[in-house]
Design a protein around this ligand. Structure first.
Ligand code: SAM
Length: 261
C-alpha cells in the first residue's frame, strides 16, 4: 500500500478524529525519531501513513486502534509482519495493559484530537526509556510545551514534565492531512529527563487537577483548609501566586505538602 492510498480507500470517520497524514516530512519526522531496532506502540494507525515507516525500523510494534476497519486491516497483515501486534480497542481502556505487557521503549501517534487531553495525562504517567513522538492540534501542543508564567501553561504542561522534557518538532498546516482539519497541528517529542521524581505521578495529577481548577485564584485559596500560609512559605512558595506561576518543582512541593497534611 502506498502512503497515500489508505486515505483514498477508507472514508474518514469524524467521530474518531480521523485526519490522515499525507505530509512526507511529518511522516519522516515521526518515524525517524524512533531508533532502529526499538520496540514501540502506535496509537491510532488508521490506514498506516506512519505505521508502514515505523514498522520497517522497529523490532516490535503494537498498534492500538478503535476503528474496526483498521483493526481488521492490520490484523490481516500480522502474517507478513511478524514484528506487528494489534490491540483492537479504545486506547484509554487498553493502553495501560498494552504498556505493562509489552514494555515499549517508544510511543508514537497522530492522536485523535477529541481525546488528546485525557490521553496525554495517561501517556505522561508511563516512564518509557525511549520517549514519545505525538501529533496534536497546535493549541494543545503549545499548552504541553508551555513554560510556567505563560497564559497557556496548565495541568498538561506540568504532568508531561514528571518523566519527560517536552519539545516542539514541527508545525503542520491543515493541508498536511486528508481530510484537512480546521486547525494547524504540531508534532511534540517527549524525551526522558532521567531524574527520579520526588512524588508519585498520581499525587501530582490530583494536585494539579485541584490546583488549576480556578486559574484566577491564588494558590493559597485553591487549597484553602488543606494548607496554611506557613506550609507554602516553609517550602519557598509565595502563597499569593496563581497556578500558572508555579513550575513543575513547585507543584511537586505542594503534592508532598498535601500528602503530609
Ligand atoms: N495514524 C493515521 C495517520 O496519521 O494518518 C491516523 C491518525 S487519525 C488522526 C487518529 C486515529 O486514531 C484513527 O485511526 C482513529 O480511528 C484512531 N482512534 C480514534 N479514537 C481512538 C481511540 N479512542 N482508541 C484508539 N484509536 C482511536
Amino acid at each position: 500500500m502506498s502512503k497515500h492510498s489508505g486515505s483514498e480507500h477508507f472514508r474518514a470517520n469524524k467521530a474518531l478524529g480521523q485526519h490522515f497524514l499525507v505530509s512526507q516530512k511529518a511522516i519522516r519526522t515521526i518515524a525517524q525519531a524512533v531508533p532502529e531496532g526499538a520496540s514501540a506502540i502506535e496509537i491510532g494507525p488508521g490506514p498506516g501513513a506512519i505505521t508502514t515507516s515505523v514498522l520497517a525500523r522497529v523490532n516490535h510494534l503494537t498498534i492500538i486502534e478503535k476503528d474496526d476497519r483498521f483493526a481488521e486491516y492490520w490484523q490481516a497483515k500480522t502474517g507478513e509482519h511478524p514484528n506487528l501486534s494489534v490491540s483492537h480497542g479504545d486506547v484509554m481502556e487498553v493502553l495501560t495493559d498494552v504498556v505493562a505487557a509489552g514494555h515499549p521503549e517508544w510511543i508514537v501517534g497522530n492522536l485523535p484530537y477529541n481525546i488528546s487531553g485525557p490521553l496525554t495525562a495517561l501517556l505522561a504517567s508511563f516512564a518509557l526509556t525511549g520517549g514519545m513522538v505525538l501529533m496534536y492540534q497546535r493549541e494543545v501542543g503549545q499548552r504541553i510545551v508551555a513554560e510556567a508564567g505563560t497564559k497557556i501553561y496548565g495541568g498538561l504542561s506540568v504532568l508531561v514534565r514528571h518523566f519527560y522534557t517536552p519539545k516542539k518538532l514541527i508545525v503542520l498546516p491543515p493541508g498536511a492531512f486528508n481530510p484537512p482539519p480546521k486547525v494547524h497541528s504540531m508534532v511534540i517529542q517527549l524525551l526522558p529527563h532521567g531524574k527520579t521524581p520526588k512524588c508519585a505521578f498520581d499525587d501530582l495529577q490530583k494536585t494539579v487537577r485541584q490546583g488549576f481548577a480556578h486559574r484566577r485564584k491564588t494558590i493559597y485559596n485553591q487549597f484553602r483548609g488543606q494548607l496554611t500560609q506557613e506550609d507554602y512559605l516553609g517550602v519557598g512558595i509565595d502563597p499569593r501566586k496563581r497556578p500558572e506561576q508555579l513550575d513543575y518543582d513547585d507543584w511537586v512541593r505542594i503534592a508532598l505538602l498535601l500528602k503530609q497534611a
